[in-house]
Design a binder for this molecule. Structure first.
Ligand code: PHB
Length: 393
């Protein structure tokens, strides 16, 4: 009774002085869940840079409320990722969670995010199930699905006359989903898989034994997914083993990400790739983004940065649509899924059937560029959209 009287009195005083009373008090809390350590730490740190840049670019305040970031390290481990998601929701009481690089971590947090009814914006992890048979209105993906990036390459390599492929990827959800997506379209286009190897997720000390098996299988193409430190190592060893030039190398673009392509250098030349972003995309949106990233971090930005930047952009637009209100979680999730814009990678919209992003996929090749190397776009596949794959919203 006393409290409500005091509350009314305060409200009347604020009104009398014409003070703008926000719909809700306090900051909007955004939980950022990234690998700041572990095998994907480099990817996580790049994405963290882009979170900062996006807040500076799009607004740190919506509806009179400031946006507060709470960071947690998944360590690229599913059990740690789940524990950190719970901490963000229960202790920090975040309004929305964004991030997650690994499909393993994404798989581990899915049920918790679903039950807690706090929206999660996935900024990397491609786990097909989360926008397929395990989809939920509470998980929205602004990055890609593993199938979306990889299935486009089957017909392209088959059309080049490649009949036999050897697959290699990290042994976890993403590695298997990517290879399965490629296998499906490559085989449907008349190709054959002549061998496959799945090294454990983590820093592989030596790809030699795997490369020996690949060489012995003598395929027309090696189709490979690695990312981060292991990708740098794999591409270097592929070259050192004398395989480059003899067995063409192809895969999803993280194999030679802009984040570490310069480190791979000439060893990456000739690699054929597919991805949702290439730094050389010639649009005003991409130029503005790359210029701003360079000005702040003294180097160009990769696809990992773009995905984090677009995810924060999406959250800010979603919050603008609710006037900065976050108490009605259902309304917030609906607003987030309805956001669309043209960003550095092109047009981005969320598929209402799956909550996965619909986007262009770039097919490109690494070519020599003076003393360095650069990706050269060969083809753009417009508005690539997943089938519902068992998703009913
Ligand atoms: C994933 O686990 O979904 C994943 C991780 C790193 C990448 C791409 C996908 O570069």
């Amino acid at each position: 009774m006393k409290k409500s009287f005091v509350g009314c009195f305060v409200a009347l005083v604020l009104l009398a002085f014409n003070v703008n009373v926000p719909a809700q008090d306090g900051p909007i809390k955004v939980g950022v869940l990234l690998p700041y350590s572990g095998v994907f730490a480099g990817l996580g740190n790049e994405m963290d840079n882009a979170v900062e840049l996006a807040l500076e670019t799009f607004d740190k305040e919506v509806g009179g409320r400031s946006i507060e970031i709470v960071r947690e390290d998944t360590e690229t481990k599913p059990n740690i990722g789940l524990a950190k998601a719970k901490k963000l929701v229960f202790e920090d009481k975040v309004d929305v969670v964004v991030g997650i690089v690994s499909s393993g971590v994404a798989g581990a947090v899915r049920d918790f995010m679903h039950k807690s009814e706090v929206p999660l914006i996935i900024a990397n992890a491609g786990n097909d199930l989360l926008t397929g048979e395990n989809c939920t209105p509470w998980v929205i993906r602004a990055s890609f699905s593993n199938s979306q990036i990889n299935r486009v390459m089957g017909p392209i390599l088959a059309k080049q006359g490649k009949k036999k492929a050897f697959l290699m990827a990290f042994d976890y959800a993403a590695g298997h989903q990517m290879m399965d997506a490629f296998r499906e379209t490559f085989v449907a286009s008349g190709g054959e898989i002549v061998g496959e190897e799945y090294p454990p997720l983590g820093e592989t000390k030596d790809f030699g034994p795997y490369l020996a098996k690949l060489k012995a299988a003598n395929p027309d193409v090696a189709y490979v997914f690695f990312a981060g430190g292991p990708a740098i190592k794999f591409v270097g060893e592929y070259d050192a083993f004398g395989l480059r030039g003899n067995i063409p190398l192809a895969g999803p673009g993280w194999l030679t990400s802009a984040l570490y392509l310069a480190k791979q250098g000439q060893a990456a030349v000739g690699t054929q790739l597919s991805l949702n972003y290439v730094p050389s995309i010639d649009t005003p949106e991409n130029k503005a983004f790359q210029d701003a990233y360079k000005a702040k971090f003294e180097r160009g930005a990769s696809e990992f940065a773009v995905q984090a930047y677009d995810s924060i952009h999406l959250i800010i637009e979603g919050l603008k649509a609710t006037g900065g209100k976050t108490d009605d979680k259902q309304a917030l999730a609906d607003a987030l899924r309805n956001v669309s814009f043209v960003g550095p990678r092109g047009s981005l919209k969320i598929d209402p059937k799956t909550n996965n992003v619909i986007q262009d996929i770039y097919i490109y090749e690494i070519q020599k560029d003076g003393d360095g190397v650069k990706p050269v776009i060969m083809e753009v596949i417009k508005d690539v959209q997943d089938e519902p794959n068992g998703c009913t919203m």
